[in-house]
Ligand binder design. Sequence first.
Ligand code: ZN
Length: 417
Amino acid sequence: MQLKSILNFVQPHQGFVYGAVHQRNKGQRTVLDIEIRPRKNRQPVCSRCGKPGPGYDTLPVRRFEFVPLWGIAVFFLYAMRRVSCPSCGVKVEQVPWATGKNHLTTTYAWFLARWARRLSWKEVGQVFQTSWDNVFRSVKMAVAWGLAHRDLDTITAIGIDEIAWKKGHKYLTLVYQIDAGCKRLLWVGKERTQKTLRQFFKEFGKERTAHLRFICSDMWKPYLRIVAEVAGQAMHILDRFHVMTHFGKAVDKVRATEARELKAKGQEPVLTGSRWCLLKRPEHLTEKQSIKLNELLAINLKTVRAYLLKEEFQFFWRYATAGWAARFLDAWCKRTMRSRITPMKKIAKMLRSHRELLLNWFRTKGQVALGAVEGFNNKAKVTSRKAYGFRNFEVMKIALYHTLGNLPEPEATHRFC
Ligand SMILES: [Zn+2]
């Protein structure tokens, strides 16, 4: 079997044929140069209007990088023709393997973009001996194509989330589709203000917004307000992940304050090294942490009482019906209000004022992938961390769409990876 037969199998080009193949060395690397020429009597196609026209002249040979073969870099060599197009004038021809001034073939760009979903962009560059810029441009192309070709018409449930970026000083608002059968990132916006979320709904469109049945979010006022204003017909749900995040923060606050108080009174530093025992779920503790937790529970500290209130609240999510969950919620809030622990009382007040939205959690069971928001939040954080060095919003946005957007890809003759 010849190389040309393999090429015709993986990447046939209508109107063009593969010619001679040359091997050369470029530094430490072996390179294959594969000539391409137009079929005889086949007119060039105008890159502006897509219609064939008479040839005008031929430009110097250009190189287009293709998918490497057995660790050997592969280049297509082709002298672009110019078309004397009756409607557009003299234009460079359109070729099926690359677009515009790109020196990467489209197939190679998709190849890099696919790997960039599994490895960091830097790693992809290292493995395939190409620049970070080439990897970035490939991912950008894949995302642009995917966004232009995705279907947004059957969405009934969305989740609104935020992540911190730029060392925690700034926020991004992320909107996910969380239908039971389809979960993906839909939108990324700067900040977490009313304006941000309003922009999402504007781009999403009135008609699609009217079809939304469930919207899940944190108890963040700007989000609550916009959802009520723009999509009042949808059931608004507060999700478990965000609610429990508030608990974690409150317990941590109680612990820090109490540790300071104990130290000031010159008492034994029982709370030292206790942070993670109190924040983690009991089943995730190491043995050492479990022992520490048991020691703590034996002492009557505010921190311990706050911790027990938090753990007790986990039962809330296990109820099968909104009615029983409501009874539990009311009893829990009543007890917590008497606890004399300010951060926990704040939570009880917050839960009381959002009682109905909390109970909606039980009214949507099975219809919405409510756990999805937490999964996406973790993945988005990993992406933003991996994207260390992504200084601007555009790059961050592309990275998030690429990893979480579940974007479509064009049909290809051959799948290279
Ligand atoms: Zn034309």
